[in-house]
Each structure stands twice: as C-alpha cells, then as structure tokens.
Ligand binder design. Structure first.
Ligand code: MN
Ligand code: MN
Length: 300
C-alpha cells in the first residue's frame, strides 16, 4: 500500500517533466556551448512544462562530480572531449523528481558512462520493500567494479520527502554497515557515481560554492535585522526552502554582501563544489523511484 499522504499524481508529473528536460539536455549539450545558456534553457523548460526547479541545474564537467551550477557571469563553455553530468530536479506541489545523465564527448569515457547506467539498472532490479540499502550499495559497487571502474564512496543517493530533497535515508554506492531498509510508499533517488581505476573513488570539497539553501533550523527570526528578515522571506517564498542559486535572485548585487554575511553566520547553507580527489573524470546516472509493494515505480 502506497502511503496515502503522497500525492502520486504530482510526483509522476514532476517525473514526466524531468524526463522531458533530460531529453532536451541531450540535444543542447554540445562542445563549445555556454554552460550558463544550458542552465537557463533547462530551468526555463521546467517552468514552461508547469514545474519548478527543485534545485539549480547542476552541470559538472570532467573531475567535478557534484554541486556546480553556472553563475550569472559564467564564461565557461563545454570543453572538447569532456564528460558532462547534467542533474535536474523538478518540483510539482513540493513533490520532487531528481534525475541525472552523463554526456561524453570522448569515446574513451563511454564505458564509464555505461558502468553507472548499468549499476543503476542492476540496483533498480532488486528494489522492493525490505531490501537493505547496503545491498543496493553492494550491487552498485560490484557492477561498477566488474566493468573496471571505481564507485565514488562518499556520494550517495537519498530519500526524498515533500519539499525536502535529502530526507532520512542515504542510499550508498558501496557496501556499508547501514541496517536501514527500503520502505513501501517512500521516495528515493538512486545515483551511482564512478571514476577511473586510478581515481581515489572519493570526492573532496573545493572552496567555491554556487548552490545555497536556507538553514531554517539555524534561523531565529527574533534575532534577525529587518533587512535580513526580508532576504530570508524572499528566498523562502521564491525557492520553497529548497536549494537555489544567486543567479535566480533579481538585482542580486543589492543583497550580495548581506547574503555573504548570512552564509558566514551559517544561516544560509552553501554546498561546496565536489571534485574527485585525484582529479579523475566522473560519471553519474540517477533515477527517482517510488517503492511499491512488489517493487518500484520509476518516477523519472
Ligand atoms: Mn540529482
Ligand atoms: Mn539526488
């Protein structure tokens, strides 16, 4: 029985939009194209199709594994012979579909792209209520290893709740000692990442961040100044307390210093850009699923 508190129609609509935007990404991501244009086009497509971005379009090139989106003055173009991860989140009434693909412009990366896709498919085959997340992790690990690559052990999939992208459980990409099990009626994102065999199989944070989220739990409204309250309310109202980019804030220059100060004070969480420790290329595949009594429904 699916948890009746879940609006499955909204969730599946978010998934339908995410699929279409993912297809669009395959068509527009090309060597030499501006990554700012790509982010803007994909986020606009989400809105045109009736959804809301659940987080900024992530576009991670080569050794960058996660948490990179174009800034407003971004000059980067897709480099030749690169490997590009596009990670898309769509919210419909707070129900989130999270999906990612890897597009490669060098045939030497193709097997590593296939490895994460195959790992995701193998994981989906064994998904049903009661399956330990460590078994999912072991399946992903074995599939990637058998194809001659290394899983990234400190990046994981995650449970998804309404208006909450990372809720509850983590779904590992390697075997772990976690005792958690998948539950009927719960929503999860499964997202294997791989790198080459000479990679560390681990990501490390860079000092830069391009994605933020309000730390609601660390905000005491009574202690905020008027201008801080206005910024918090604007972010909360526009981005539903989900991750956002300053690129989405109109006339950001006017609140730039205040925003920086709130990041320093921990009232706004910043997601550091995550890069493979040995600076080796990374591939990713991701689907959002709804666990059902006899298996799962692939949302994306
Ligand atoms: Mn994702
Ligand atoms: Mn995810």
């Amino acid at each position: 029985m699916v948890d009746e508190s879940i609006d499955v129609d909204s969730l599946m609509e978010a998934g339908r939009i995410a699929r279409r935007v993912r297809e669009k990404a395959i068509n527009i991501v090309r060597e030499g194209v501006s990554i700012l244009d790509i982010c803007n086009i994909l986020e606009e497509s989400i809105r045109d199709l009736g959804g809301k971005p659940a987080f900024p379009c992530n576009i991670c090139i080569n050794e960058i594994a996660a948490h990179y989106t174009a800034s407003i003055e971004e000059q980067t173009i897709i480099p030749s012979r690169s490997i590009v991860k596009i990670d898309i989140g769509v919210s419909v009434n707070g129900y989130i579909a999270d999906t990612a693909i890897t597009i490669s412009f060098d045939s030497s990366h193709e097997l590593m792209v296939e490895a994460v896709y195959k790992a995701l498919m193998e994981a989906l085959k064994i998904v049903r209520p009661g399956v330990p997340v460590s078994v999912i992790g072991a399946t992903i690990q074995k599939t990637i290893r058998d194809m001659g690559f290394k899983p990234i052990r400190n990046l994981t999939g995650h449970e998804i709740a309404r208006y909450n992208l990372h809720a509850g459980l983590s779904i590992p990409n390697v075997q772990t000692i976690q005792t958690d099990k998948l539950k009927t009626g719960h929503i999860y994102a499964i997202e294997p990442f791989a790198t080459t065999i000479d990679g560390a199989g681990e990501v490390v944070p860079l000092r830069t961040a391009t994605i933020y989220r309000l730390s609601i739990e660390k905000i005491d409204r009574s202690k905020l100044k008027k201008e801080e309250l206005e910024l918090v309310d604007m972010i909360s109202r526009n981005f539903d307390n989900l991750p956002y980019t300053t690129r989405w804030i109109q006339e950001f220059d006017k609140v730039k210093n205040l925003h920086e100060k709130m990041v320093r004070k921990g009232r706004i969480h910043s997601y550091p850009v995550l890069v493979e420790k040995n600076r080796k290329p990374v591939s990713q595949a991701e689907h959002t699923i709804l666990v059902t009594e006899d298996g799962c429904k692939i949302v994306t």
